[in-house]
Design a protein around this ligand. Sequence first.
Ligand SMILES: Cc1ncc(C[n+]2csc(CCOP(=O)(O)OP(=O)(O)O)c2C)c(N)n1
Length: 420
Amino acid sequence: MFRISIRCLNNPGNVRFPYNSEIIRNWNHIPGSHPWLNTLMLAVGTRLRHACSVTSPRPTDLAESQVAQAAEMIAVSPRPVLIVGSQAMLNAAEIDKLAEALNSLGIPVFLAGMARGLLGRQHPLNMRHRRKKALKNADLVILAGMPCDFRLDYGRSFGSGTKILSVNRSKTDLRMNCRPDQAVLSNPFLFLCALAEDSASESADWQPWIQELNNNDKEREKFIAGSSEQTTEFINPLFLLKALNEELDDNSVIVADGGDFVGSAANILQPPGPLTWLDPGVFGTLGVGAGFALAAKLLRPQSETWLIYGDGAAGFSLQEFDTFVRHAAPVIAVIGNDAAWSQIARDQVELFDDDVATVLGRSDYHRVAEAFGGRGFLLDKAEDIGRVLQEARQAAAQGVPVLINALIGKTDFRKGSISV
Ligand SMILES: Cc1ncc(C[n+]2csc(CCOP(=O)(O)OP(=O)(O)O)c2C)c(N)n1
């Protein structure tokens, strides 16, 4: 997991699924294994190989010849929207160039996946909320390293006459679930940088459109602020996340691993800069948290590394507090402890009227950290949030890994979100 994390930080998107193909290949030679079981294992192996090996997109160069055409398309669009996905972040060493390119393009932008934070905490072009509404009202959507998958409702999020410009390194992702008006097989990083330099990109007046999207953002912020004030049992998770957002300094790295708590965090926390948000990827594969956090802390020791955990997700890698302590990696973990796999329970209970296998305990996770030599805090009252976050930061600054076990209540903030 650690090696994967290091690779991911240096080259996000280049991760391979770590299933052990050797086991499957050698299954036939295990004494006593049954012939039908062999066949089954072979079938499973083949499927796994297809389903799970996330092969790196080919390192496609810049499709220079298509830049001018894209620039023309953009120039005549009164309501363009740009979505930048994780794939555009692969040129990690020169990522500031991409931020500059977005800045000079002047197109309102939604940052998805690992692109979160690319434009800093507050940027007038960076829209954070109501993406669906924006896509419905846009006349041009530019997908830069972002497939048209379930996050875009398989293309149903677009308005009926919306033009699509898709830029992707993968032939499959380029046209996935949509027929782009212009499909550019190219490195989206290089393409956006070239587009920004193209002198033909004299834009239409986008100010009214940007204003409309900013208003959508503000409306949603207001809604979140209202929801964070609602009384819940223990701490309102939105209130906690808003307080944490205030506490984050400009040198923080955020690692997310969980379900609903982390989904809310993605709405509320503002990563301070490029490559400061690490998450489990599009399918939210739980368990990446400690590995990612360890890699982040070791690569950027001066940065505060915040590991935002669901309590269920924490179960996959909490043991790594031992590693954090032994290798002097003072990560600060915050567990949103709602004693449940809430993201799963949310739909399961509604559909089947049964919470089986989604219930956890309000366990003393902070004691696990302490048992390994870290510092643990039990946070069960909203009025203690400020003090605990401060003390946690101080302990981490002295080299001690910290775990905040935050007891949180339930809200319906994530109702209607997809569970995977
Ligand atoms: C490896 C893996 N197993 C199962 C899932 C399905 N899954 C998605 S969210 C979730 C529950 C997560 O619970 P928790 O971390 O406590 O977050 P909460 O939703 O309670 O905030 C599960 C099991 C997954 N995404 N990845």
